[in-house]
Design a protein around this ligand. Structure first.
Ligand SMILES: Cc1cc2nc3c(=O)[nH]c(=O)nc-3n(C[C@H](O)[C@H](O)[C@H](O)COP(=O)(O)O)c2cc1C
Length: 183
């Protein structure tokens, strides 16, 4: 199936997950920003791993244009955020708001919790994070990761990324591969 992992990151969590996935599946990684024409032509199984900033999966629109026609390809989207994974409805919202309606049935998505590396953020992102904190407080957000970070560790680097979270993605790949090969 010629699988490949494409990623986009700001502070490294998505790269970490992409690297782990590449090791588990045994396939190459490509930074979305380095993708060139034709890189995905003969790839039947493509995983896109990217983080969520202010509700947006970074690079996804450009990536979808780069992939082009999905006929004969399986596309898996791994969304990396700080939102608690128990809050599935939040991730469902990210999916619906980021993946065009016509593609939603063709894309398999998984949710992954990433790190918050405050020390690597630029001033714009730090400002955005402060705004998220204020909005969350106003909304009395009960998101566990949110409270954990914003109430107890704000301004620190907090590490949530966990290789075990990739088991579902790797199982999905193996199952798909077996069906592809008619086993
Ligand atoms: C300014 C800012 C906005 C963020 N917005 C969201 C968000 O809307 N939802 C979410 O789940 N995580 C959000 N996060 C958390 C990031 O998705 C998380 O830190 C992720 O691990 C970053 O991945 P990366 O290192 O690959 O960029 C935000 C982080 C920052 C700094």
């Amino acid at each position: 199936m010629n699988p490949v992992v494409v990623y986009q990151t700001k502070t490294g969590s998505s790269l970490q997950y992409a690297t782990w996935l590449g090791e588990e599946i045994g396939c190459p990684l490509i930074n979305r920003e380095d993708l060139t024409y034709g890189d995905l032509n003969d790839r039947q199984f493509i995983i896109y791993v990217a983080s969520i900033y202010a509700g947006k999966v970074i690079g996804l629109n450009k990536f979808l244009k780069q992939v082009g026609d999905l006929d004969g390809k399986k596309l898996v989207l791994c969304m990396v955020g700080m939102t608690d994974l128990q809050k599935k409805c939040e991730y469902d919202k990210f999916f619906k708001e980021n993946v065009p309606e016509g593609l939603q049935r063709k894309v398999q998505s998984f949710n992954l919790r990433g790190n918050v590396v405050y020390s690597k953020l630029g001033w714009v992102e730090k400002l955005m994070l402060n705004l998220v904190k204020v909005v969350g407080r106003l909304r009395r957000d009960d998101n566990v990761a949110f409270n954990y970070y914003f109430k107890e560790h704000f301004g620190e680097d907090v590490y949530f990324a966990d290789r075990n979270l990739l088991k579902a993605v790797v199982d999905y790949y193996r199952d798909y591969d077996m069906r592809f090969r008619g086993i």
